[in-house]
Design a protein around this ligand. Structure first.
Ligand code: GLP
Length: 260
């Protein structure tokens, strides 16, 4: 695990975007796994800036999103389809047919989930999976108790997640109770997992994920089993890490470390 702690949200967003941009430069037909939520917004803004100002080219890139609310159509303003179009896709030159967001309105969720998994495999797997983290330590919509081997499926959302996400809906009772989500096992198959987190509200979840036991109670902790997991976190989100100083020290010493 690489834990990169920076002072501000802007810095972590720019640094995380740089990792993605480097991949896209080196591998123009890269497969990106994308996340929603407010945290990746800074990273997406930076990718849009790089596209517009530096010519970062997404024309051969394929994307797969982590999740979608069950029952929301792609044009629903709170759907993750809509979020991705508004906050990323329509501002860059990714081909719409190369973008994939799970369907919240399929009439056969079981078959759709299998199809989604097959599609990721058909494209050779995900090169970099962007992740946020929920207040209870979940990744995508893998709520506490999700199997760490889980695959794409329908999940019932936890009360805390419904409450946390109520701020995006006009009424709390409008927040969907179910979501379709990539599983923890699906996420762990990405070549690189890149998690962004900021703010004091994420400090407990970040500490549990990085320094707690690997446990279904905090599905982000499964990233401890991943060979290339990167955390980009600001000081507030890092404030409960016991080994904060060591993570900072590693980054400081990184330029002089021998290659292996
Ligand atoms: C939802 C999403 C997650 C996201 C989480 C945190 O539960 N399914 O992918 O990480 O919200 O969102 P935010 O970044 O807004 O705190």
């Amino acid at each position: 695990m690489e834990v990169i702690i920076m002072d501000t949200y802007e810095e972590i967003s720019a640094a995380a975007a740089r990792v993605i941009a480097d991949l896209v430069h080196n591998k123009p037909d890269a497969v990106l796994g994308l996340a929603t939520g407010s945290t990746p917004l800074g990273l997406y803004k930076e990718l849009i800036r790089m596209h517009k100002k530096e010519g970062l080219n997404f024309s051969k890139v394929t994307t797969f999103n982590l999740d979608e609310y069950v029952g929301l159509t792609p044009d629903h303003p709170q759907s993750y389809h809509y979020f991705m179009n508004e906050n990323l896709f329509k501002h860059i030159n990714v081909q719409p047919q190369n973008t994939h967001v799970p369907s919240g309105t399929t009439d056969d969720f079981f078959s759709f989930c299998e199809w989604y998994e097959d599609k990721i495999e058909e494209f050779g797997g995900i090169d970099i999976q962007v992740l946020g983290i929920g207040g209870d330590g979940h990744i995508a919509f893998n709520e506490p108790g999700s199997s760490l081997a889980s695959r794409t499926r329908v999940k019932t959302l936890a009360k805390q997640t419904i409450d946390d996400n109520a701020r995006f809906f006009s009424r709390a009772e409008d927040v969907p109770v179910y979501a379709i989500t990539m599983g923890v096992g699906t996420i762990l198959e990405a070549e690189i997992c890149l998690l962004v987190a900021n703010g004091k509200g994420k400090a407990d979840a970040v500490a549990a994920a990085i320094e707690g036991p690997v446990s279904a109670a905090c599905t982000a902790s499964a990233l401890q089993l991943h060979p290339q997991a990167m955390y980009f976190i600001d000081e507030a989100a890092a404030s409960k890490l016991k080994m904060r100083d060591y993570y900072k020290w590693i980054q400081e010493k990184k330029p002089d470390a021998p290659n292996c």
